[in-house]
Design a protein around this ligand. Structure first.
Ligand SMILES: NC(=O)c1ccc[n+]([C@@H]2O[C@H](COP(=O)([O-])OP(=O)(O)OC[C@H]3O[C@@H](n4cnc5c(N)ncnc54)[C@H](OP(=O)(O)O)[C@@H]3O)[C@@H](O)[C@H]2O)c1
Length: 314
């Protein structure tokens, strides 16, 4: 352990960081060790990581001193925020700033910041196609992450631009729902445009590839994706893979924003960005680069075969 490069993994008990933690732990001769950061080392997912060989450390993104302790002596850190826990762009930025400060204090050699694009740059400030949210954002959980990029400037950082997780189908309740006629349907304001998607486990594996490659990716922005699919294509794959009829309904973004669930306006704006600016969003991510970082990168069909039992067919 002593001669290994320690990666402090924020979010190690979650989806992105969990994938990275598992990738490090699955490669005992890779030269890296996993320091898993959590607010609660007694929780099951933290104990699982301990059992697999991780050093679990307690820290809170809202407490910069705890992060400084958690990053001390490490070679690198994976930095991720969880917007969906609080829905606040300002809080997300403050947490990112704390991680950058802790990384600087610890003198880390490589930091990965899990970011997304600033969607405001894609349209004029007076564009009326979608509402402004939280006073100044189009898609707060994208724009806030991009606004946090400069906090990491001057550090040996890789900006990792991630994609929509297919795992949202089971983890975020986004799977098609069964209607009275037995047909499963889902509705998104995506028209027939392609959306970059990825198995979340592959985000962590790509991040591990970036740490292993080292200097090659320092100072770079890397956009990762598993496959770019339309919702009709995903519906067809779900129909085959789950053996159920699946129908996609392309709804207007205003209708989706009006669905009323928490975050509907935010997600309505997000899908509208994916639809209206598909060229830019797709160009910001590369399947080839992602596969070079993670040779076991999954397609949607491969992800589905592994995860179908997790999708609720209610
Ligand atoms: N869903 C998607 O399709 C998608 C796509 C791209 C990007 N994203 C972004 O991914 C982010 C969420 O990442 P995820 O999916 O990996 O999250 P997740 O599975 O919900 O897990 C959240 C992780 O963050 C940690 N965490 C949260 N608040 C913390 C705090 N104050 N201090 C320390 N640790 C904290 C949690 O650790 P403990 O609870 O153990 O402390 C947990 O490990 C969001 O910001 C979202 O915008 C999502």
């Amino acid at each position: 352990m002593a001669d290994k490069k320690i990666i402090a993994v924020v979010g190690a008990t979650g989806a992105q960081g969990g994938g990275l933690a598992r990738a490090i732990l699955a490669d005992p001769n890779g030269g890296f060790a996993c320091r898993a950061i959590t607010r609660d080392p007694s929780k099951g997912k933290a104990k699982d990581l301990t059992g697999k060989g991780a050093d679990v450390e307690k820290a809170d993104l809202d407490d910069v001193d705890s992060l400084k302790k958690a990053f001390a002596g490490a070679y690198g850190a994976y930095c991720v925020t969880n917007f969906w826990e609080h829905f606040s762009a300002e809080k997300e930025k403050a947490q990112a700033k704390n991680m950058a400060e802790a990384a600087r204090t610890a003198g880390l050699k490589h930091v990965i910041w899990s970011t997304l694009e600033d969607t405001r740059k894609l349209m004029a400030a007076n564009d009326t196609r979608m509402p402004i949210l939280q006073e100044k954002y189009r898609v707060p959980h994208f724009d806030a992450k991009a606004e946090a990029n400069p906090y990491f400037a001057g550090l040996p950082v890789t900006y990792l631009v991630t994609s929509f997780y297919w795992d949202n189908l089971y983890a975020f309740g986004m799977a098609p729902k069964r209607g009275n006629d037995g047909v499963y349907s889902w509705a998104f304001p995506m028209g027939n445009r392609r959306m970059p998607g990825i198995a979340v486990e592959d985000i962590g594996k790509a991040a591990y590839g970036i740490f292993k490659a080292g200097p090659q990716y320092i100072g770079k922005t890397v956009g990762i994706v598993g496959e770019n699919l339309t919702f009709d294509e995903m519906s067809e794959k779900l129909s085959k893979g789950l053996n159920i009829p699946v129908k996609y309904h392309a709804v207007e973004a205003d209708a989706y924003r009006g669905f009323g669930f928490p975050g509907a306006d935010e997600l309505g704006n997000m899908f509208q960005v994916y639809r209206d600016f598909d060229k830019e969003v797709l160009a910001a991510r590369s399947i080839d680069v992602t596969r070079s970082l993670n040779p076991s990168l999954q397609t949607f069909d491969q992800w589905l075969a592994r995860n179908k039992s997790r999708i609720s067919l209610a």
